[in-house]
Design a protein around this ligand. Structure first.
Ligand SMILES: Nc1nc2c(c(=O)[nH]1)N[C@H]1C(S)=C(S)[C@@H](COP(=O)(O)O)O[C@H]1N2
Ligand SMILES: [Mo]
Length: 356
């Protein structure tokens, strides 16, 4: 059952499993405080202590090994800011309702993450030339309601190609400079820059190097989309973030004064590219005005704002923001239904009341 109760300022989308949304209108700076950060879980949060935590590295490696928390701390740490966005973010704004957690604008946030490059751990274990993918498995598990799911418990697991594993993935133990909280993956989670947050496996307990693509539940049946080829549609795991701008304020239904200046602001992000432009329209896309952009940081959202001179007449105004990235990719006007319940980045109007 969907609920809109608040818990410490976050919207409770479900209790069990725990799903909390950040009210996006609270956007107030580049970093999202940990206490305000959205939470997405599929199963009960596993209880793990630092003392009994291990990550097993196995499969297509020369030296399979177990690392404990102290071992991990011995690697030189790196800290990077990175945006996490749930692939189902904005689902409750779809005109044709679809199943899944009914996220509004706030299944997204930016934190500073501290940890160790996955590549260093893979180097220590020695990847074999036969390696194709790296599966990351969480400690959380449970049964699934989906009649097409395997019977019994399924663990949360996701894979990345070897080149991505060796590129920029971090195994992190700190979020915004403090220990990861239990709901964000304590003691150790992965973060996968530029990809939807489903790849950023929490409560990491196993790293399995495989010689073939992984077809686990969370990247075939779920968290996948239909890619149309020549006649046939194929299920493809969703990966890169899609370019998107969201408006934090004004919010839908807000009243603004006619003949005034209103600060329209929000954040925009893309996968593997920089946000090059954010534009705003109030006339259904006939004319677009450029917003001012904040600092550009790799793999993190870019804040933007636009000074809107409101019309002199009373009435409803539809504000729409549109982002374009440095590769020239921009947001589609219409929803592509082959995307199912995920990757929602078409243009979304925010209806505002202009009052005299
Ligand atoms: N082990 C595990 N990792 C997981 C999940 C999960 O349920 N179990 N959820 C994924 C999804 S769908 C999202 S959106 C992010 C959410 O991260 P957060 O709760 O820290 O915001 O974690 C990802 N990693
Ligand atoms: Mo997600």
């Amino acid at each position: 059952m969907e609920t809109t109760a608040l818990r410490n300022g976050r919207i409770v989308r479900s209790e069990d499993p725990l799903n909390l949304e950040t009210p996006f209108e609270n956007l107030d700076g580049f970093i999202t405080p940990t206490s305000a950060f959205y939470v997405r879980t599929h199963y009960p949060i596993p209880k793990i202590s630092k003392a009994n935590w291990r990550v097993r590295v196995e499969g297509e490696v020369e030296r399979p090994c177990d690392l404990n928390y102290d071992d991990l701390l011995k690697f030189k740490p790196q800290t990077i800011p990175m945006t996490l966005e749930c692939a189902g973010n904005n689902r409750n704004l779809l005109t044709t309702k679809v199943k899944g957690v009914q996220w509004g604008l706030g299944a997204v946030g930016t934190a500073e993450w501290t940890g160790v490059p996955l590549s260093e751990i893979l180097n220590r274990a020695g990847i074999r030339p036969t390696a194709c993918e790296v599966i990351m498995e969480g400690a959380d598990q449970g049964p699934l309601e989906d009649p097409k799911a395997p019977r019994g418990n399924v663990r949360f697991a996701r894979s990345v190609p070897v080149n991505k594993a060796n590129d920029d993935i971090l195994l992190v133990y700190k979020m915004n400079d403090v220990e990861l909280p239990p709901e964000h993956g304590f003691p150790v989670r992965a973060i996968v820059p530029g990809w939807f947050a489903v790849a950023s496996v929490k409560w990491l307990q196993r790293i399995i190097v495989t010689d073939r693509p992984f077809n686990g539940y969370y990247q075939t049946f779920d968290y996948a989309f239909w890619k149309r080829g020549d006649g046939n549609a194929e299920l493809v795991p969703l990966r890169e973030l899609q370019v998107k701008a969201e408006i934090a304020r004004p919010i839908a239904g807000e009243s603004v004064s006619a003949n005034s200046t209103v600060r329209v602001y929000g954040a925009a992000w893309a996968g593997g590219a920089e946000i090059a432009k954010v534009e705003v329209t109030i006339d259904g896309g006939n004319t677009w005005k450029s917003a001012n952009l904040g600092d550009s940081v790799p793999n993190a959202w870019r804040l933007w704002e636009y000074e809107w001179k409101t019309p002199s007449k009373a009435g409803q105004c539809n504000l729409i923001a549109r982002a374009t990235d440095s590769l020239g990719r921009t947001q589609p006007t219409e929803r592509d239904l082959d995307r199912g319940t995920y990757m929602i980045n078409h243009l979304l109007p925010v209806a505002v009341n202009v009052k005299v």
